[in-house]
Ligand binder design. Structure first.
Ligand code: PLZ
Length: 437
């Protein structure tokens, strides 16, 4: 049952129960596992997270872009309940079940391009990225993988190598997987380049420093997530995809964060008609249950030998039931369109703030960010980002920061949030700018 869709604070944040749980966390949970807010959740749904003290917080984070359909979407709750009563697990590699096949059919239908496709299911975004690299290597017989500045692809060993930022993701955790090369991307706010110009720089680097004949895959987030919600200039992705196609390099879109209606298209690649060879999905795919996938051209997906792909839990039946229900919710409730409305609403509210420390307002759909800078420059102001986020947190609005320089505030609400809640959340943000030096 969805909580009352209203912000309501009944204690200071964190309240006494959260404080108590935080103490238990410190005594029991490894210190390496951080939290954005010291507030423990009791229930969540729509655009609200209710904490253990009864505070109702407005959710502008969706648990990092996961609960696009809400954290207790009715269809998801019903489908999961039904599946959990039937069976929780058999292992698809032992005795398969139809939910897995149905999710693959849905992915093959929904992802960009009308070529013949196949899919394989995994548990986390990082695991799926790793498998996309395995598949691209098996198909091309080549080793090298190209990624970009500000990229985020996960925390496993290979994906740490692919992720750009050292602290906190990589620091002290090496050595990292070899044959990963990093190219400059497109960052219009900072590089002032057109998409074609930025692509030419990246392609030149890859040709000269790696060589297409050594390159198995180019892996790219169509809008970078953790790295700062960086939306490449128009033409960058199509130019890169075209170069890959002409050079025998597998073009892999990491749509873990951007996928499933988040950006106002079913997938972010759709906007410019980019058709990736492989697309990696997770997060928004299953309404909060752990599921991820690699979907791609049938001939590429066929490259690994039988038994070469898998994992005990990959495509768990409960997660698959949730995914089918989440996808039905997105399609039947028009959440792609809703994401565009959400973008308009957020853009309008932020433009009204009119603070010259907001250097850039960017993003698409329900994936919007502001980059905070010293007025008139592109110089990062991470302290302001931290203070504004803290102000919002204390008033019951969950906002997340991101960016290589920690100076980006990102807004990615569940697409089931009401207009009223959005309006109120961005009033709090406006207040935060007024109150923060
Ligand atoms: N690719 C584009 O955004 C996960 C990371 C949170 P997993 N982003 C949130 C954190 O601090 O760990 C992400 C992503 C993109 C891959 C991943 C990895 O997905 O499900 O976290 O493994």
């Amino acid at each position: 049952m969805s909580p009352t869709q209203q912000r309501r604070l009944v204690t200071e944040l964190p309240g006494p129960r959260s404080v108590e749980l935080m103490e238990r966390k410190q005594a029991a949970v490894a210190g390496g596992v951080g939290t954005t807010m010291p507030v423990f959740a009791a229930s969540a749904g729509g655009g609200i997270v209710v904490d253990v003290d009864g505070n109702h917080l407005i959710d502008l984070g969706s648990g990092i872009a996961v609960t696009t359909v809400g954290a207790s979407a009715p269809r998801v709750v019903a489908a999961v309940t039904e599946q959990v009563q039937a069976f929780t697990h058999t292992c698809f590699m032992v005795t398969p079940y139809d939910g897995y096949v149905a999710v693959c059919e849905a992915l093959n239908r929904l992802t960009p391009g009308d070529h013949e496709k196949r899919s394989a299911l995994f548990n986390s975004g990082a695991e799926a990225v790793e498998n996309a690299v395995k598949i691209a290597r098996a198909y091309t017989g080549k080793d090298a993988v190209a990624v970009f500045d500000h990229a985020y692809h996960g925390r496993t060993n290979l994906t740490m190598a692919m992720t750009a930022k050292s602290m906190p993701y990589k620091h002290g955790f090496g050595p990292f997987a070899p044959e990963v090369y990093r190219a400059p991307g497109s960052y219009p706010f900072k590089d002032g380049k057109t998409g074609a110009e930025a692509a030419a720089v990246a392609i030149d680097l890859l040709e000269k420093q790696v060589g297409a004949e050594n390159l198995a895959a180019v892996v790219i987030e169509p809008i970078q997530g953790e790295g700062g919600f960086i939306e490449p200039a128009d033409g960058f992705l199509p130019a890169l995809a075209a170069w890959c196609r002409a050079s025998g390099v597998v073009f892999v879109a990491d749509e873990v964060q951007t996928g499933f209606a988040r950006t106002g298209d079913m997938f972010a690649c759709d906007r410019e008609g980019v058709v990736p060879d492989l697309i990696v999905t997770a997060k928004g795919i299953a309404g909060g249950l752990p599921l991820s996938a690699v979907t791609g051209r049938a001939e590429i997906m066929a490259a690994p030998h039988a038994g070469g792909l898998g994992g005990t839990y990959g495509g768990n039946p409960i997660a698959c039931a949730a995914a089918l229900a989440a996808i039905a919710t997105i399609e039947e409730d028009g959440l792609v369109e809703r994401a565009r409305t959400v973008q308009q609403l957020i853009f309008d509210k932020i433009r009204k703030i009119g603070d010259d420390r907001i250097g850039d307002l960017r993003g698409r759909g329900g994936m919007v960010a502001i980059e905070l800078v010293r007025p008139g420059t592109t110089e990062a102001d991470p302290r302001l980002a931290r203070d504004v986020a803290r102000y919002c947190h204390q008033r019951g609005v969950i906002v997340l920061s991101c960016g290589t320089y920690g100076n980006v505030l990102r807004f990615l609400p569940p697409l089931t949030i009401t207009d009223d809640l959005l309006d109120e959340a961005f009033d709090v943000l406006a207040e935060a700018f007024q109150e923060t030096e």
